[in-house]
Write a new protein. Structure first.
Length: 369
């Protein structure tokens, strides 16, 4: 199984400077190679291969005016050329648009394709031309390292993500479960287990709206350069945004890992998010929890994920007798069917989702993925 672990780097000022130079150089080589490819094609109808460009790059690096390119590892620069090559392959396969020039404001990253060195005694990681850099203590990797990716976020944080192969097999659970997306909760299972939405997430979202409004006020129309305060505020918004995204992902990772290791078959509803967001009550719940991300995590973690159609009336049907209550509203937390069965709205819905999911053939379940 291929896995990766991400560590945050603790850099000295000197290391930060050197690393930024490397990001800049990789970006430069990527843009240079893109420009060479376009011009060679326009001027001589020549198609430059990855190999041609790498050979050319060796020559460019020898020129005095491009001496600074030698301040970053040559493998990293070559990697930028193969990244561009991949971008073109994707373009020709019509998977993605024509490759674009990279900008400084984007997320910056480069790959260390081989000879990745980690020192767990001192929690240090080796970056060519930068040296050994410290990282915050975290889990140790157990397995064969394939490659590493060094990156920088728009909020000026630096990370290394190390990809490795482990012998350990994925652990799956047993039995089956249905999951209903709650309004009051993040989710509830057909076994009656409730996953709460974390409260701090809500308060941080409120804070974010306030900071975003303040950013809008600081924006002055018609100015070429915005004020320092505007940029400071922009960074504050980006940091808060990053924090919220991480909190959300953490929570969703915990819940989905729990589900995947507890159950073999997990049934969920195919929620038409845009349709449901129109409903104001559900809007907060859905955008707050990132239902799409939840499903995405389940898709790669769960052994047998079944997604049922969004038109099955999962909350209106009594799971015990099949009686349908068409008058059920979002406010009804509990209801009694016409045959006298007392039902908890959310658990009943989760039970129905499980039944629909198990009834659907595997083929159908796959189609709706
Ligand atoms: Zn009933």
């Amino acid at each position: 199984m291929i896995r990766s672990i991400k560590y945050e780097l603790k850099l000295t000022k000197g290391q930060t400077k050197k690393l930024n130079q490397s990001f800049g150089n990789c970006r430069f080589v990527y843009n240079w190679a893109l420009d060479r490819k376009i011009k060679a094609y326009q001027e001589e109808e020549k198609k430059l291969s990855c190999f041609d460009l790498m050979k050319e790059l060796t020559q460019v690096k020898k020129k005095e005016e491009f001496e600074w390119l030698n301040l970053s590892g040559s493998q990293q620069l070559q990697q930028s050329i193969s990244n561009l090559d991949n971008a073109f392959t994707n373009f020709f396969k019509a998977k993605k648009g024509f490759p674009k020039f990279k900008k400084k404001q984007n997320r910056q990253s480069f790959r260390i394709p081989q000879n990745v060195k980690v020192d767990y005694e001192n929690f240090k990681f080796f970056i060519p031309k930068v040296g050994w850099v410290k990282f915050y203590k975290d889990k140790e990797i157990k397995g064969a390292i394939k490659f590493a990716t060094v990156s920088k976020t728009p909020t000026n944080r630096y990370f290394v993500s190390i990809t490795f192969e482990t012998q350990e097999q994925k652990k799956f659970g047993k039995g089956s479960v249905g999951i209903d997306l709650g309004i009051k909760y993040l989710a509830i299972t057909s076994d009656g287990e409730v996953f709460e939405n974390q409260k701090y997430l809500k308060s941080n979202l409120k804070k974010l709206r306030v900071e975003q409004r303040s950013l809008q006020r600081k924006f002055k129309k018609g100015l070429k350069e915005q004020s320092n305060n505007y940029y400071k505020q922009g960074l504050r918004v980006a940091k808060l945004h990053e924090k919220i995204t991480n909190q959300r992902k953490d929570l969703l990772h915990k819940v989905t890992t729990y589900l995947a290791t507890t159950y073999e078959t997990v049934c969920i509803e195919d929620l038409n998010v845009s349709g449901m967001v129109k409903n104001h009550n559900l809007a907060l719940a859905i955008s707050d929890c990132g239902w799409g991300v939840f499903r995405q995590f389940l898709e790669y973690k769960v052994k047998d994920l079944r997604v049922i159609g969004r038109f099955e009336p999962s909350s209106q049907i009594c799971n015990i007798c099949g009686d349908r209550n068409r008058n059920l509203t979002l406010k009804d937390r509990e209801w009694v069917c016409s045959n006298g069965h007392k039902l908890d709205r959310d658990i009943n819905a989760a039970l129905n989702i499980k039944d629909f999911g198990l009834r659907a053939s595997t083929l159908n379940a796959n189609v709706s993925h």
